[in-house]
Ligand binder design. Structure first.
Ligand SMILES: Cc1cc2nc3c(=O)[nH]c(=O)nc-3n(C[C@H](O)[C@H](O)[C@H](O)COP(=O)(O)O)c2cc1C
Length: 193
């Protein structure tokens, strides 16, 4: 039976709120913002697709973050989906108040109009389409102009406050070990015990 909140239900406390959402696995992306001669990186796990036509993405940034206004002013940015061996870049760009200059990690600026991190799983080249209020965060909407997709690179995952790697289910062409497969008929991609 679905649960309904009573009128007297209190808002969840911050610790419960954070613990609940930390259970949600996400990718880890760096929003790369041109800033003078440098590039500022912001770690976000809130990246999501928004629209296919026109191609839009969205992510949320804390309004108190120093990089928040910088992102609004820049008007264009890259979104770089980190590879599984790039957690140190995520840590670097999540340090509140630190310089977070990642220019040295970016590819030649002539290859994309927004700064692109090297060896990431995906790079989105974006201009800022809109900024919407979202409580203590702002919802940034980016229009995607170009996508560089490296399907040979596995993405970094964040869940339960830890970095993780993806683990694939065995594919249909994988050799099952003796005794691992039950009578699975057509469902061999799905059923693995
Ligand atoms: C894995 C991970 C994901 C994060 N995702 C977000 C996010 O989606 N939105 C956000 O505002 N901050 C997020 N943060 C925290 C920001 O990266 C950090 O607070 C930000 O860089 C603030 O720095 P500043 O105040 O110097 O700009 C995340 C941090 C980590 C480690």
């Amino acid at each position: 039976m679905p649960m309904t909140l009573s009128r007297t239900a209190r808002e969840p406390d911050l610790a419960t709120f954070r613990a609940a959402f930390s259970q949600l696995p996400s990718g880890v992306s760096i929003v790369s913002v041109p800033y003078g001669d440098t590039v500022v990186g912001i770690t976000v796990s809130s990246l999501s697709s928004l629209s296919a036509d026109p191609p839009l993405l969205m992510f949320n940034v804390d309004r108190r973050a120093r990089s928040h206004d910088l992102l609004v002013e820049a008007g264009c940015f890259g979104v770089n989906v980190l590879a599984e061996d790039q957690s140190s870049i995520s840590d670097h760009c999540a340090r509140r108040g630190s310089s977070k200059d990642i220019a040295h990690l970016c590819m030649d600026a002539s290859t994309t109009s927004s700064p692109a991190l090297a060896d990431v799983a995906v790079h989105f080249d974006c201009t800022l389409e809109a900024v919407h209020p979202g409580g203590d965060h702002s919802i940034f909407v980016g229009r995607i102009h170009r996508i560089v997709l490296r399907d040979d690179i596995d993405p970094l995952v964040y869940c339960g406050g830890r970095y993780r790697r993806t683990e694939r289910f065995p594919s249909s062409d994988a050799q099952p070990a003796v005794g691992q497969w039950a009578n699975i008929g057509d469902f061999h991609d799905w059923t693995f015990w």
